[in-house]
Design a protein around this ligand. Structure first.
Ligand code: ASP
Length: 315
C-alpha cells in the first residue's frame, strides 16, 4: 500500500471511485519550501527562498529563482549565454503557473533576457496564455523589457565549433532547464520553468518547457511538478500534468514521477537513450524526484537550509 499511500483500494486493488486525493485529505504545508532542477537550482533556491522568508508569495519566489539562472552567462542552457539553434540564434522558452491555476508562457522568444518575466506578464496582463516568436518579443518590448544580444562569445565559439561537424547532439549533452517549484508560508504553490532548449536545434523548435502540463503544472489543491530533459518526449506524455494527476490518484510524489517515466521507458522498449527528470512537490510539502538514466541533480531549500541532491536513473 506504500505506492498509493492515500488511496483506498478494494479487495482486488482497484481504486474506488471517489477516493481520489482532494484538498481535505492533504493538509497544506506552511513551511516555505523550494525545489529546483540541476545544480544551478542551488543559487536559484537561495534567491527564491529569500523572497519567501520575507513573506513573498510562491509565484514571486519561483520567478525570482528563474531570473537568476536566466541572467547567469555561465549557464549555457538558460537565458543569457544559452547555446543557440543550428543557425546561431538563441531562442528561449519559459512558463509560469500560479496558485489560482493561472498560466503564462512564451516560446521561441529572441533577444529578451528574462522570458520567465515575460511569461508572467502574459499571464497577468493579457487574455492569453501563450505568446510566441516575434509577437512575444514585441509584447515584451511594449512592457518595457530591453532587447539584448543573448549570444555570448563563449556560446558563439561553441556553436562555430559544432558547425564544422554538425553532429546531432544528444539532448543530455547540451541542454538543461531550470524549473522551480515553490510553496509559500500560506501553503500556496507556484512554479516557473525556463530554458534555451536543445542546443543547435532546428530553427523554430520549441520544447516542453513553455507548454503548460508538459514542462510545468501546478494544482494548488494537490501539488506541482516540472520536467527537464528531452522535451519532445515530455510533451508526448503531458509529463508534468501526469505527475500531478498521479499524485491526485494517491501516488506519492516519488512514485508519481517514476510512473510517468515508466510510461516513456515502455514506449521505448525499455531502452530510452535520452534523459528526462521530474521534480514534484505535493501540497503537504512532500517532495519526489526521479530520472530516466544516468544521474539527475536537484536542489531543495527549506528555511535556511539549501542542499544539492542526486538521484540515479531508473534504468
Ligand atoms: N526540456 C528542455 C527542452 O526540451 C531542455 C532540457 O531540460 O534539457 O527544451
Amino acid at each position: 500500500m506504500e505506492r498509493r499511500d492515500f488511496i483506498k483500494t478494494g479487495a482486488f486493488g482497484f481504486t474506488i471511485p471517489g477516493s481520489l486525493m482532494n484538498a481535505d485529505k492533504l493538509k497544506a504545508n506552511i513551511n516555505p519550501i523550494i525545489i529546483s532542477t540541476w545544480n544551478f537550482g542551488l543559487p536559484a533556491n537561495d534567491i527564491a527562498m529569500e523572497v519567501l522568508l520575507k513573506g513573498g508569495n510562491a509565484m514571486d519566489a519561483a520567478e525570482a529563482g528563474a531570473r537568476h539562472a536566466e541572467a547567469d552567462s555561465k549557464n549555457s542552457s538558460v537565458g543569457f549565454g544559452g547555446l543557440p539553434d543550428e543557425n546561431g540564434h538563441v531562442t528561449l522558452d519559459a512558463c509560469v503557473m500560479d496558485s489560482r491555476g493561472n498560466a503564462g508562457s512564451v516560446a521561441f522568444l529572441q533577444n529578451i533576457q528574462h522570458p520567465v518575466s515575460v511569461a508572467r506578464k502574459v499571464m497577468e496582463e493579457t487574455k492569453h496564455v501563450m505568446l510566441v516568436g516575434e509577437g512575444a518579443r514585441q509584447f515584451a518590448i511594449s512592457k518595457g523589457f530591453k532587447e539584448t544580444n543573448l549570444l555570448t562569445e563563449k556560446s558563439k565559439k561553441e556553436w562555430k565549433a559544432w558547425q564544422k561537424e554538425r553532429r546531432t547532439m544528444t539532448p543530455h549533452e547540451t541542454h538543461d532547464t531550470l524549473s522551480v517549484l515553490a510553496q509559500d508560508a500560506k501553503g500556496n504553490l507556484a512554479g516557473a520553468c525556463t530554458t534555451s532548449g536543445w542546443a543547435y536545434k532546428m530553427h523554430g523548435r520549441v520544447g516542453d518547457s513553455p507548454i503548460i502540463g508538459a514542462g510545468l503544472y501546478v494544482d494548488n489543491e494537490i501539488g506541482s511538478s516540472a520536467a527537464t530533459g528531452l522535451g519532445e518526449e515530455v510533451i508526448k506524455t503531458t509529463g508534468s500534468f501526469l505527475v500531478v494527476e498521479l499524485m491526485r490518484q494517491g501516488y506519492s510524489p516519488i512514485d508519481a514521477c517514476k510512473e510517468a517515466l515508466d510510461r516513456i521507458i515502455k514506449s521505448h522498449n525499455g531502452k530510452p537513450d535520452f534523459q528526462i527528470g521530474y521534480i514534484a512537490l505535493r501540497k503537504d510539502g512532500k517532495v519526489g524526484v526521479a530520472c530516466l538514466k544516468w544521474e539527475f541533480e536537484y536542489a531543495i531549500a527549506r528555511g535556511e537550509e539549501n542542499k544539492l541532491y542526486k538521484v540515479k536513473g531508473l534504468i
